[in-house]
Design a protein around this ligand. Structure first.
Ligand SMILES: [Zn+2]
Ligand SMILES: [Zn+2]
Length: 370
């Protein structure tokens, strides 16, 4: 094993530097992960331009790797050790609070940088903190006793494992949060990796009608949505999406609206409220905007709409996402369109941000790729 570890460090907004770190000295309850894939998502694009942590950070919060070295305490606790390939949730939990007991590590304060200045979260933690290797844009990552890991079966390739996070979110948001199931009607806004993952979750759950919206530049993604089982797609640049939804639902509207857009302002929420059925529909929102001017709360309450927040994934959602990938029921490899090496971390993030043109669905960083 090498003496030092190479990592791409975000040193300032939109700036990456390759840096070397010493190989960490492992405590008995820690482990070292040899990185295979770090998936990149829209959150990385935002955090790269406007970091939420001022100190230098190794980004990469959707991580898969092989345990290269593990202390005895770590193996005892996790039942996983050297040679096991694992998906690492970005939440580093306390394992003591009520949320952790429920497998809802996403809600644990130990991993919440918003309320806890000493929080640990992969891709969001200063590399000046002990053990340094707190992100996936690195050859190795440090795993403390309180990491949250899942075994990845051999049937799932490294590239496929790179999309475990969006698929987990698909299961969490569509199935657990908004209750999509047998014969549900659903509008998914945005055909990116997250929207497409919702399609897969909704189709497998038995939804009767899945409609996906996108822009003219998303032509290939909308086609992929149909390949994955969406019944209809709407190009909002060419068609009136509300009119189309009413046409496709016999004037009834849909049961559930899932907002998976990025940078679209208030439009998707306003469309969602109008596209939902007459009473008791459910709307999942992203909360990209700090405030919502002229929010139509009257319409919302008159329609008895429930709002749910897009807020990561639970342990169970990840387990189901891995099982779904392993089942090979859907051609999910079609989502994994671009791969970059560590040298190109900056380019990889910009590719997700749409800077290299169309055709990008999911981008993976492979830290050992030449
Ligand atoms: Zn992400
Ligand atoms: Zn906790």
């Amino acid at each position: 094993m090498t003496e030092s570890v190479l990592a791409a460090v975000r040193t300032a907004p939109s700036t990456t530097e390759l840096q070397e770190f010493p190989m960490p000295e492992l405590p008995d309850d820690g482990a070292l992960l040899r990185m295979e894939v770090a998936g990149i998502c829209g959150t990385d694009v935002k955090m790269y331009a406007k970091p939420v942590i001022a100190e230098p950070v190794i980004m990469g919060h959707e991580n898969v790797g092989t345990i290269a070295k593990a202390g005895r305490g770590f193996v005892e606790r996790h039942g996983l050790g050297e040679g096991d390939r694992v998906f690492v949730e970005h939440y580093v939990a306390c394992y003591r609070c009520e949320w952790c007991k429920l497998g809802e590590y996403r809600h644990c304060e130990a991993t919440d940088w918003r309320t806890n200045p000493d929080a640990r979260r992969y891709g969001y933690t200063s590399c000046e903190k002990p053990y340094h290797l707190w992100g996936g844009f690195s050859q190795y990552m440090y795993l403390p006793w309180n990491c949250v890991i899942h075994r990845v079966p051999d049937a799932v390739s490294d590239a496929e494992a790179g999309i475990i996070t969006p698929l987990s979110n698909g299961i969490e948001w569509a199935l657990f949060d908004t209750g999509v199931g047998f014969m549900s009607t659903v509008l998914i806004q945005g055909p990116g990796q997250q929207g497409l993952s919702q399609v897969v979750a909704c189709v497998q759950a038995g939804a009767a009608l899945v409609i996906v919206t996108g822009r003219s530049r998303d032509r290939a993604r909308l086609e992929l949505a149909r390949t994955l089982g969406a019944d209809h797609t709407i190009d909002v640049d060419l068609e009136d999406p509300l009119e189309r939804v009413h046409e496709l639902t016999g004037g009834n509207g849909v049961d559930v609206v899932l907002d998976c857009t990025s940078g679209a302002g208030t439009t998707p929420v306003l469309l969602g409220i109008d596209a939902l059925k007459r009473r008791a529909g459910t709307l999942l929102v992203q909360g990209e905007l700090a405030a919502f001017p002229d929010f139509p709360i009257k319409k919302l309450t008159e329609k008895a709409i429930t709002i749910k927040s897009a807020r990561g994934h639970s342990y169970r959602a990840v387990e189901l996402a891995i099982a779904q990938l392993a089942s090979k029921r859907f051609p999910l490899h079609l989502l994994t369109t671009h791969e970059y090496g560590l040298d190109d971390a900056d380019l990889a993030i910009r590719a997700v941000g749409g800077e290299i043109g169309d055709g990008v669905v999911h981008v993976s960083l492979l830290p050992w790729k030449e």
